[in-house]
Design a protein around this ligand. Structure first.
Ligand SMILES: O=C(O)CCC(=O)C(=O)O
Ligand SMILES: [Fe+2]
Length: 210
């Protein structure tokens, strides 16, 4: 508990300072292991091909990404402790940064050998209610030779960070600020990707009543 609130404080400090945070060993082994076991045992038929965009712009393009996903619902027993931590993060961000984060959506992602996700932004300014992205890695062992790094880019296209998808590492960033990509993975790569969102009715599509 002590450790988690300490992590949440460092995430908030890093968000204020540079718009993103990378916290190795954020998720305790006892929470990561059941999630990993669950994810790695789900039969391949249950995973859906990941799409790009939502609703009208929902398209499947395997040239851009070819990972596979499963949305996590609130009833997931193995997901509950993680969702609980994200709720603590949401409340702390709202309390200190007044971001007005309303809810959190999250999916498991499986990148089989050779899978990647080319450079993209998770949200376009004013066009999406996704405000803050989280990525949590579940792989018990990962080395540089396994590839699959998350690469984050700065405003001039420079590389800001290359993150190895090691178990327990949490990455948090402002969804409309950082272009990023997942380099081809040399082996099965499991993660949880989520987005804190504004209430859809106040995300710039419909003006709130005054
Ligand atoms: O798995 C990662 O490192 C990043 C995934 C990602 O960029 C996404 O799902 O939008
Ligand atoms: Fe992304």
């Amino acid at each position: 508990m002590e450790k988690i609130s300490h992590h949440i404080d460092s995430i908030i400090d890093a968000l204020v300072e540079r718009g993103y945070a990378i916290i190795p060993s954020f998720l305790p082994h006892a929470v990561a292991e059941p999630l990993y076991q669950e994810a790695s045992q789900i039969a391949s038929a249950h995973w859906q091909t990941a799409a790009i965009g939502r609703a009208q712009t929902h398209t499947i393009n395997t040239m851009v990404r070819n990972d596979r996903i499963i949305w996590l619902d609130d009833n997931s027993t193995y997901g509950a402790p993680f969702l609980n931590l994200m709720e603590q993060l949401r409340l702390a961000v709202n309390r200190t940064l007044f971001m007005g984060l309303f809810d959190y959506e999250c999916h498991l992602a499986h990148y089989p050998k050779g899978a990647f996700y080319k450079k993209h932004l998770d949200a376009f300014k004013g066009k999406s209610n996704r405000k803050l992205t989280t990525v949590l890695y579940l792989n018990p062992k990962w080395s540089e030779a396994d590839g699959g790094e998350l690469v984050m880019y700065g405003k001039r296209g420079e590389v800001l960070e290359k993150v190895l998808p090691k178990r327990g590492t949490l990455v948090v960033f402002l969804s409309d600020q950082f272009v990023h990509e997942v380099l081809p993975s040399q082996k099965d790569r499991f993660s949880l990707t989520g987005w804190f969102r504004l209430n859809a009715s106040i995300s710039g599509i419909i003006d709130p009543p005054r």
